[in-house]
Design a protein. Structure first.
Length: 721
């Protein structure tokens, strides 16, 4: 096992299992995607976890296609999944499986459950089943079909298999407990009728197992020791265990949940990604703006950077949204080590060096790796009388501290000479040429800019990619496509140095002062196409601090169980249900009512909650989307009780929106650091614990409205200044 293995609660569990020789001391995990779309960076976290643990404990990880829905699955997706897993650097060896290979065995187990009286055929429609299912506070009701005999159920199930009934006419359900507080256990469907062609099994089957039935049995049949999945499957764990025990499986796999990866300015739902593809918002599953692994690969991201990012964010049970800036920062660190530096001008402006002869040509030696003295490779860069510079590197009226070119100013052309702007040529007011004189490279200059030869440079199409969405939480107010960034792709006709003539698709470069670029697959000899992987600097927010390695925590006393709707008064139970109906997550709605609303009602001596379920759901969306902080949410809740106004209206009228603007946060951070020199001095002397005190002061200074993570980063930046 690896000595420097990362630490998290799952690895600690596996370590303990191996130490006590559980499962015979073996470790067998699986990565079980549904082949109904392309994998994205969220899947990469699961891939790294499952394959990583198997590798660390000398075990094996299976790759299994959970293909139980013939209407959405295709071989194209299977091949894409295999390609992506290999690209990330993992190998399933000979352990490639399909749930569809187990259809016969799954059917036999279903007949066994019927014979044992643990499953029955139900004639209810989907709508009728929903009506009888009950609510979170009311038990479900059994339908009349629940009392059928095992023999009748077996005959009906075989007729289902033989295609004797219409689609949707009957289902096979587990006979469990219609009064269970876990609604997943209220006689869930196990098999349904679908007259659909399966991409592997053809038309042999007209009944298909549900995921919750097939998944756990597939794990058991493969002898999986640790079935790792994301927390949205936590409520299904009880059903997972029931199916294995009800079917009397000899191998009982165990499910453990971890938090999925949520990334800001991104959607991670395959359904939403498919909608973007089908509606033409992007150009296919490998569009470099998508978080799909195919898109990230085409954008020039490396598997090493993605694995490092997954290691940085770690594994926990706590749901959170990871700032995409952390991923971009990780990517820059990786590309810096593998991208030779070259020069490319994206928006060219002609610059003529008037004191050079018209046929002037120098072949300059320029290093590919200027920061690294151990890497001495160079290329030839032609220096001619006419060169091209970035249009943004010239200003008629430069601001203070301008370090680029302006009338009468001098700059250094990288690797070449110092030029001074003597004349500006215009066409109808537009600057079309700068006329300059030159001096030796060692002469004094205001700054250094990049350039290319006008005559010897190469034409190139450059695709400048930005974040696909312009909101941190796309879709928090409804249609996520309304939050698409109209400037997520800009195509410019650029000029690049001639050393790139033979660049091939997949080659990576750093364009000096511009960012990291990759040669796109559309590129051909004589028709170069580059895509920007990431800019040199984060233009959206403060650069995040790299995550510290996680230290093992001392065992803590288990927290009390979260409040349940059953523990609330009937009025508050109905309020929670109304909030859930309005789209609020059950746990968050229950916590808000039990922990905050009850306290506010006591403080105001209210006997009835003067708030609607829709208002509660709206307030929770504001918190989840980062519009308000949790602290401000309590203030808004009190105002809703007092005035009856909507939470969003209160936030807008009182200016309570969370502060996430970098300049505003920097101003708060600088003020707090300057006003507390003792705390700042202790931090700079090595006492990192005082950052908490400074953060508390800064949060009070912002009225509780600052984004805590971004504010902490601003304070740390102010302390380093």
């Amino acid at each position: 096992m690896a000595e420097n293995r990362p630490s998290d609660f799952i690895r600690e569990m596996v370590t303990a299992d191996v130490a006590r020789h559980k499962h015979g001391g073996i470790v067998r995990t699986r990565f079980p995607p549904e082949p109904n779309g392309y994998l994205h960076i969220g899947h990469a976290k699961s891939i790294c976890l499952n394959f990583g643990i198997a590798n660390e404990f000398n075990g094996v990880c299976h790759l299994r296609m959970d293909d139980t829905n013939p209407e959405t699955e295709e071989m194209e997706y299977v091949e894409a999944i295999q390609r992506d897993v290999r690209w990330l650097g993992f190998d399933w060896r000979d352990k490639m499986f399909y749930a569809s290979d187990y259809y016969e065995r799954l059917y036999e187990i279903a007949e066994k459950l019927i014979g044992l009286g643990r499953a029955y055929v139900c004639d209810c429609s989907e709508e009728r089943m929903g009506q009888l299912r009950g609510t979170v506070t009311e038990p479900g009701k059994p339908c009349e079909h629940r009392s059928r005999s095992a023999q009748e159920n077996l005959e009906l199930f075989r007729l289902m298999r033989d295609g004797e009934f219409k689609e949707g006419a009957r289902t096979l359900r587990g006979k469990i407990d219609m009064a269970s507080p876990n609604m997943k256990m209220r006689d869930p469907p196990l098999y349904r009728i679908k007259f659909a062609h399966h991409y592997r099994r053809g038309d042999k089957w007209v009944i298909y197992p549900l995921y919750d039935y097939a998944h756990c049995l597939s794990d058991s049949m493969e002898g999986i020791t640790h079935s790792l999945c994301t927390t949205e499957f936590e409520s299904a764990r009880e059903l997972y265990d029931w199916v294995l025990r009800a079917a009397e499986m000899p191998w009982l796999s165990e499910q453990t949940e971890f938090a999925r990866l949520n990334l800001s300015y991104t959607v991670m739902s395959k359904r939403k990604l498919l909608e973007l593809v089908e509606k033409g918002d992007v150009k296919g599953w490998d569009d470099p703006r998508l978080p799909t692994l195919a898109g990230l690969r085409r954008r020039g991201c490396t598997p090493e950077a993605i694995r490092e990012f997954c290691a940085k964010i770690g594994v926990s049970k706590n749901l959170s949204v990871v700032d995409i800036a952390l991923f971009e920062h990780t990517l820059r660190d990786d590309l810096e080590k593998r991208s030779p530096r070259v020069m490319g001008v994206l928006r060219p402006l002609k610059l003529t060096i008037t004191d050079l002869p018209e046929n002037h040509l120098e072949e300059l030696d320029a290093p590919y790796w200027p920061p690294d003295a151990n890497r001495t490779e160079t290329r030839k860069v032609p220096f001619t009388r006419e060169v091209l510079i970035e249009r943004d590197d010239f200003s008629d009226h430069p601001p203070k501290d301008w370090k680029r070119l302006a009338p009468g100013r001098s700059v250094r052309l990288r690797h070449a000479a110092v030029v001074t702007c003597n004349e500006v040529v215009r066409d109808g007011g537009e600057v079309i040429e700068l006329r300059c004189t030159h001096a030796p490279q060692a002469s004094k200059a205001d700054g250094t800019i990049h350039w290319v030869s006008a005559a010897r440079s190469l034409a190139a199409e450059v695709r400048l990619y930005d974040r696909l969405f312009n909101k941190e939480m796309p879709g928090e107010d409804g249609d996520f496509r309304k939050d698409l960034n109209p400037n997520s792709l800009n195509v410019v006709q650029a000029r690049v140095e001639p050393s790139l003539a033979n660049a091939a698709p997949g080659d990576r470069f750093q364009f000096e002062r511009q960012g990291y670029f990759v040669v796109d697959q559309d590129s051909k000899p004589g028709a170069l196409v580059f895509g920007r992987t990431v800019s040199l600097k984060d233009t959206w927010a403060v650069k995040p601090k790299a995550a510290e390695p996680r230290k093992p925590k001392a065992p803590q006393k288990a927290p009390p169980p979260p409040p349940s709707p059953r523990t609330l008064s009937p009025e508050l139970q109905q309020l929670v249900l109304a909030a859930i109906d309005a789209g609020a997550p059950e746990k968050e709605a229950t916590d808000l009512v039990a922990n905050d609303l009850v306290g506010e009602m006591r403080a105001r001596k209210l006997e009835q909650p003067k708030i609607t379920g829709a208002q509660l759901a709206e307030l929770l969306r504001l918190v989840a989307g980062g519009t308000v902080t949790s602290r401000v949410a309590k203030e808004v809740l009190g105002e809703v009780l007092a005035s009856g106004a909507s939470p969003r209206a209160i936030v807008e009228q009182r200016g309570l929106s969370a502060i996430s603007d970098s300049s505003a946060l920097q101003a708060v951070a600088q003020k707090v650091v300057q006003a507390n020199p003792e705390l700042a001095g202790r931090y700079r002397a090595g006492n990192a614990n005082v950052i908490g005190a400074l953060l508390g002061i800064a949060m009070r200074e912002s009225g509780g409205r600052a984004n805590p993570q971004a504010l902490r980063a601003s304070i740390e930046a102010a302390l380093r200044a």
